[in-house]
Design a protein around this ligand. Structure first.
Ligand SMILES: C[S@@+](CC[C@H](N)C(=O)[O-])C[C@H]1O[C@@H](n2cnc3c(N)ncnc32)[C@H](O)[C@@H]1O
Length: 377
């Protein structure tokens, strides 16, 4: 597998192993961006002297399930509430773009759109009756899907006012190109991602791929944003400069262990484990700042870090619940490489290893919340 574009997708539909049913942690992460989103919207609305007629808003890596429409409906509500507080007309036309990779379950989102529009209409009416002395909430929401990779151009020049993205930018565009060489690719023995035993050449390839990808992301968005446009991004990272820092990689480490228990039983070939390298990277604060400064199109309005409990909102056994979250996100990649036959067994073993792990340590993850403003050019 060279590129994730054709392979990566969150589990479809609304069944037990779907992303829709297993995205409570990501929902928590979205809620942590609320303040930054409110501030960004306020700044955008205040940056114009008169009312904004059209406002372009895009959620990048929207996936499918309850989080998808929750994000855009909260952004719309924030626009109405902020316009009201500022004593301004809300933008007449809101263009809401939902982006994800080509294989994303967009149909699942489309079926929920009628209730989304109904909810927005009701909120507009409620707001209007509360504030009928000032505001016209006559604006219209146009929702579109934009399939494609965010590591490249997705929108016309200067067409977007606000970008949002959550739990997506830790996915790389591809398995690091520095691992093209077969011997380097297989040198990370018995692992799926960076770990304590990973050779420096592999770590360097990961870091370089992240830098190239994130820089390309920033450059593309800077061309698509209007002057004064903003972005609020949140994604997984790691807690220190050590590439094998625990919060950045223990979930891959235990998944690798689960696969390795299947090797002596002849269920998985060891060389298959050696040759799998996850197209994922948990960057550190210093790398993130460095790429933003080097690329140069954005200034940082705020950059916060959070440590949250993975098991928040998980009602079942911790290990089993966490394994289900991971399965919803990682199964497509693992199936492509190892085959679908072993998935139930693999995630059962993974759940047991996780249970053991969580009996000794808390189920933490580390994230970045970053708010960026496009520099004037
Ligand atoms: C864990 S989901 C997050 C979904 C949603 N934003 C949320 O917070 O629940 C990550 C999403 O990012 C998408 N993604 C990963 N790489 C991408 C890329 N290069 N371009 C667009 N979407 C991408 C995946 O397909 C997936 O749907």
């Amino acid at each position: 597998m060279e590129t994730v574009v054709e392979v990566l997708r969150m589990n479809k539909g609304a069944g037990e192993t779907s992303y829709a049913m297993n995205s409570s942690v990501q929902r928590k992460l979205i809620s942590l961006t609320k303040q930054a989103v409110e501030k960004a919207i306020k700044e955008i609305l205040c940056s114009q002297r008169g009312p904004i007629m059209k406002m372009g808003i895009a959620d990048l890596g929207c996936s499918s399930g309850p989080n998808t429409l929750m994000v855009i409906s909260e952004i719309v509500q924030t626009i109405y509430a902020t316009s009201n507080t500022l004593n301004r007309l809300a933008p007449k036309e809101l263009m809401l773009y939902l982006n994800d990779l080509f294989t994303n379950d967009f149909n699942n989102i489309f079926t929920s759109l009628p209730s989304f529009h109904k909810k927005i209409r009701q909120e507009k009416e409620n707001n209007h009756s509360k504030n009928n002395n000032i505001r016209d909430f006559g604006s219209t929401c146009f929702v579109s899907a934009v399939p494609g990779t965010f590591y490249g151009r997705l929108f016309p020049t200067k067409s977007i006012n606000f970008f949002h993205s959550s739990s997506s930018l830790h996915w790389l565009s591809r398995v690091p190109s520095g691992l093209k060489d077969e011997s380097v690719r297989r040198s990370n023995k018995g692992k799926l991602y960076i770990s304590k035993t990973t050779p420096n050449s592999v770590i360097e390839a990961y870091s370089q791929q992240f830098q190239n990808d994130f820089s390309c992301f920033l450059e593309s968005r800077s061309l698509e944003l209007v002057d004064g446009g903003r972005m609020v991004l949140s994604f997984m990272g790691r807690e220190s400069m050590d590439p094998a820092a625990p919060y950045g990689c223990y979930h891959w480490e235990l998944l690798a262990q689960a696969l390795m228990t299947m090797v002596p039983e002849g269920l998985v070939e060891e060389e298959k484990v050696d040759s799998f390298n996850a197209p994922y990277y948990a960057c550190c604060y210093e790398e993130l700042k460095m790429v933003i400064e080097k690329e140069g199109s954005f200034s940082v309005d705020s950059l916060e870090t959070y440590e949250i409990d993975w098991d928040e909102g998980i009602e079942s056994e911790k290990g089993e619940g966490f394994a289900r979250l991971m399965r919803a996100a990682y199964e497509s990649l693992l199936e492509y490489h190892f085959g679908s036959r072993i998935m139930d067994d693999l995630f059962g073993r993974y759940a047991r290893l996780l249970d053991h792990h969580f009996s000794k340590t808390r189920a933490k993850c580390f994230t970045f919340n970053i708010s960026l403003v496009r520099r004037q050019q």
